[in-house]
Write a protein that binds this ligand. Structure first.
Ligand SMILES: [Zn+2]
Ligand SMILES: [Zn+2]
Length: 363
């Protein structure tokens, strides 16, 4: 009798302990990914903040496959500061399914951008056959107003709205299969102040000749993803960041970005390559690299060289003793006393076929 009583007490306790768990809904947050933002390690230079920007991407409001808020989440996860959603202005294959107009992607994404501290630039892509080709217009008030039959009118409207205009993928083989050519129409647009920058890199290709155009015509260097799908599916993010344009801005605001762009303070970053004006690449290199003399030996001197940035530097010497200063790492090199004091950095381009030349300065 006593044991029966104990058993039944035991039964009640078991039942209570089972029911202590909520039978309706048990949360398992351990299954979820940590919502953390990646840090992109690059130096601020020349008194400016170096902002990480991707000014070319698509959503379901043109021929992309994602909803606009997804572009903001993606940019936040990957450590960017600034994005522009640049859906094609003329013709949207998804319109009959999703409705909306040329301003919809910006309006939908801007709330999420504010929540995530991402600066979202109102923009659109003028999409024409070559010439003139495709152009992104940034800092628009009303993208719908650029939807014109005649492309000249689209450019006039962009200029009227104070837009910053970038010639996109000039060497895209679908439009320039043999030669990446600058047409007379581009001279006309350039002289009217309707081209401010060129994508020297787009998606997964770059156009060395366009670097020369940037140098000779004093245009800003841009690198963009032009992503239509999902960045983490498209790019090998374990090895590289997505392609981006670094903007040297006085502060982290839309107005400061506009000022920096119109002043050509950009660096294109794609894979392990940087392309831009010599003064900016030199400042970048010098801010990232620290050189210490380790010891003197018979053959010359041994140096410890550190790199505090996500960009490796591939150094070329005249003595065939090339070496790499790894990203976020260090190397030890012996350089002969007669070694030339300047080095060519093979992955930093100041023109189509010209590398940055640097001296290793002791710190
Ligand atoms: Zn395009
Ligand atoms: Zn595009």
């Amino acid at each position: 009798m006593k044991s029966k009583f104990i058993l039944s007490i035991f039964g009640i306790v078991c039942a209570i302990s089972v029911f202590a768990q909520d039978a309706n809904n048990i949360q398992m947050p351990e299954l979820l990914q940590n919502q953390s933002r990646k840090t992109i390690n690059i130096p601020d230079i020349l008194g400016y903040q170096t902002l990480k920007c991707d000014f070319h991407m698509h959503t379901i409001f043109s021929d992309g496959i994602v909803w606009p808020t997804f572009r903001v989440n993606e940019a936040w996860n990957e450590g960017l500061d600034v994005i522009a959603i640049t859906d094609h202005i003329e013709g949207n294959p998804s319109r009959k399914h999703v409705g909306g107009d040329n301003n919809s992607a910006f309006e939908i994404a801007k709330v999420r951008a504010r929540e995530k501290n991402i600066i979202l630039i109102h923009a659109g892509e003028i999409t024409r056959s070559m010439p003139p080709g495709h152009f992104n217009a940034l800092f628009l008030d009303d993208t719908n107003a650029l939807n014109k039959q005649d492309w000249h009118e689209a450019f006039d409207e962009a200029k009227k709205q104070g837009a910053y205009i970038i010639w996109n993928h000039p060497g895209w083989k679908a439009q320039q299969p043999d030669t990446t050519k600058w047409w007379d129409i581009h001279t006309e647009l350039y002289e009217k102040g309707m081209i401010h920058a060129i994508e020297v890199f787009n998606e997964k290709e770059w156009y060395p000749i366009a670097l020369d155009w940037c140098v000779n015509k004093d245009l800003a260097f841009f690198a963009t993803s032009d992503i239509h799908g999902i960045v983490s599916e498209m790019y090998d993010l374990k090895k590289y960041h997505r392609p981006m344009t670094l903007v040297l801005a006085k502060e982290r605001t839309e107005n400061a970005i506009r000022e920096a762009l119109f002043a050509n303070r950009t660096i294109a970053w794609y894979g392990n390559y940087l392309a831009g004006k010599e003064e900016y690449l030199k400042a970048f290199f010098e801010a990232a690299v620290e050189v210490q003399l380790y010891e003197k030996v018979k053959k010359g001197k041994i140096y410890i060289i550190k790199n505090n940035s996500d960009v490796p530097f591939e150094m070329q010497t005249l003595e065939d003793s090339d070496f790499t200063i790894p990203a976020n790492g260090e190397t030890i090199v012996t350089l002969p006393d007669k070694s030339k004091s300047s080095f060519s950095v093979k992955n930093l381009f100041i023109a189509g076929t010209e590398n940055l030349v640097v001296a290793l300065k002791l710190k």
